[in-house]
Design a protein around this ligand. Sequence first.
Ligand code: PCA
Length: 209
Amino acid sequence: MTCGDDTKIILTGFEPFGGMDKNPSWDGVSLVPDTISNNKGEQISVIKLRLPVVFSGAFELLKDKIISVRPSCVICTGLAASRSDITPEVIAVNVMSGRIADNSGFRPDWEKIDPCGPDGLFSTLPYREMVSAVNALGISSSLSFSAGTFVCNDLFYRLMKYAVTEDNARQFKAGFIHVPDIDPGLIAKALCECVRTVSSLPTALLPKS
Ligand code: PCA
């Protein structure tokens, strides 16, 4: 089993959806520096990717990128306009359902993402440490226990299934962060801190069994 390259992190944001002309998740990601020094003095390359708001299609693009880059970590982000905090997601659920259609016109109505998959899959990012680190910058952050049932959760679920249960077990840390509709500069600052945190910690922290 080959491990991902310790110095490479993939960071994604979404294109606009639902009639909006911007998506702060991508606006924030695009402002993150291409290279970040972590707390161990290592230089981390940040590979950024803008994803379409399309069920399954977003993950297919991300998967191609993961295969070509072989990163040590993948952090996906999306907008949660009703929130005010930077919210690392704890768990993805095996449900897809939309109040609106995705950008391809598809609107699932309470379907499983993967009929044979587990009900939920935990993020393997050190989400609790990320919340502390972002709050320490003076930017409000808290954990979220639901990424909803729209495209963000769909991407998160498919990513975790690939990272945790397919051939890739433990090769790379992965998870999702919802961002609020705030200044993209602040979002970038918070994401930069999350990259630093995840790349400075030896292993992702899962709940103790
Ligand atoms: N937010 C949506 C999809 C894309 C985005 O930025 C969501 O929370 O599912």
